[in-house]
Design a protein around this ligand. Sequence first.
Ligand code: BG6
Length: 490
Amino acid sequence: APLDPFDLVIFGGTGDLALRKLLPALLHRHVDGQIAEGTRLYGVARDARSDDEYRDRVREALKKDADADPRVAASLEPFLAKLHYRQLDLGSDTGWPEFAAEVGNDPGRVRVFYLAVGPDLFALVGDRLQAHGLSGAGTRVVVEKPIGRDGASADAINNALGRVFEEHQVFRIDHYLGKETVQNLTALRFGNALFEPLWKAEHIDHVQITVAETVGVEGRAAYYDKSGALRDMVQNHLLQLLCLVAMEPPASLAADAIRDEKLKVLRALRPITNGNAVNMTVRGQYRAGAVEGRAVPGYPDELGEPSRTETFVAIKAEVQNWRWAGVPFYLRTGKRLPERMSEIVVTFRQVPHSIFGELTDGEHGRTLAPNKLVIRLQPDEGVKLWLMNKVPGPGGLRMREVAMDLSYAETFGGRQPDAYERLIMDVVRGNPMLFMRRDEVHAAWQWIDPIRNAWESNGDAPKPYTAGGWGPTAAVALIERDGRTWHEDA
Ligand code: BG6
């Protein structure tokens, strides 16, 4: 159903995020009839440009989506007709009074200001909106990660936003929370009676969370080199995934019920310090190699200079509470890995006693493999439950690990909406469930900052790894030291 007409203003309207993610997401919502007549969409940036010039640029960016589906193609021009461009500089008042008069401050109409700009500009946008009467009831702001570079700068940003907006007006986006498969994690855990009784240290041996990318830093080296994988991926996406796996059952889907539970997980993470960082973390940086059969340069070559920024991180995390005591959560993420693949693997404990004796299965030359629940976030979204089975045959008892395999595409068909489609519409609806509360951001940084500090004080550079491999060998050693291995899908 269409939402009441609203206004959505994208600061950074010509940037990568707007063109690659936000506008395509809005277009698809338009196709599905959610963007009513009377809705106004604005791209805002610093340079002069007419509505038509902006639409040309956006049309170009949306071509891929339109070419793929006639319904999208048919919706493209009506969608573009709702889109406007306004030239505004955050450092001056020029143009602002006119813009404020145009957008208006009707408390009964939703106005979303999407800050698709660097975090150093968040406070400035807030101040401008306030100065021009655009910050009151009806207004919502969306801030992209990274929120700051560390705990102190994140607090400064949140304080600045807090001076202008009420907490319920601020939507801190982590697009991983909008992914279908990530939402399904909560559905699986709390919509089935099967998993929850087993969801604890007594029955779970360890958890792995992998977010692997084949891309390098693309055109984002300037941003990325100041950030690195720990800030770019772990502080937000991987920790949010860890929270959803580890949190206690919330009493309801109320936003704060869930966020309260996630916060407790973040606060229960075992601190990583100068003392234990060497054993608990690995950081790497890719060198020239080949990914998916294509030769690619190393990170320093892409950047044009040597750098100590990590493009890969592996961490052994622990949640210190009754449920998870002694259960490691191995996290890893990196660029220029062999495949694009994100998954969560929950490995259960071995059966307490094997009635099969020392039986080997011939094929694998070992006895029983522990059960695993593998939640594939992307690509090939789905869920696999690995179970031991008897291989049919009249001879001796041969056992083999076989997966019960639920593929999203086969089961549900159709197209998977992008995370941003859900999230932008949630902002318009005013539903903060899939957004981060400020105390979560703070708690995440509190765990991340000491890791960063430990790396800086121990002085080691990130370990090189060949593009197209699974990161530095130290990342393999991190888990193998504990007698475990990174999961590889058979
Ligand atoms: C972004 C990071 O938040 O997530 C990027 O800044 C990364 O570096 C991207 O490539 C990955 O998102 P997705 O949805 O492609 O897994």
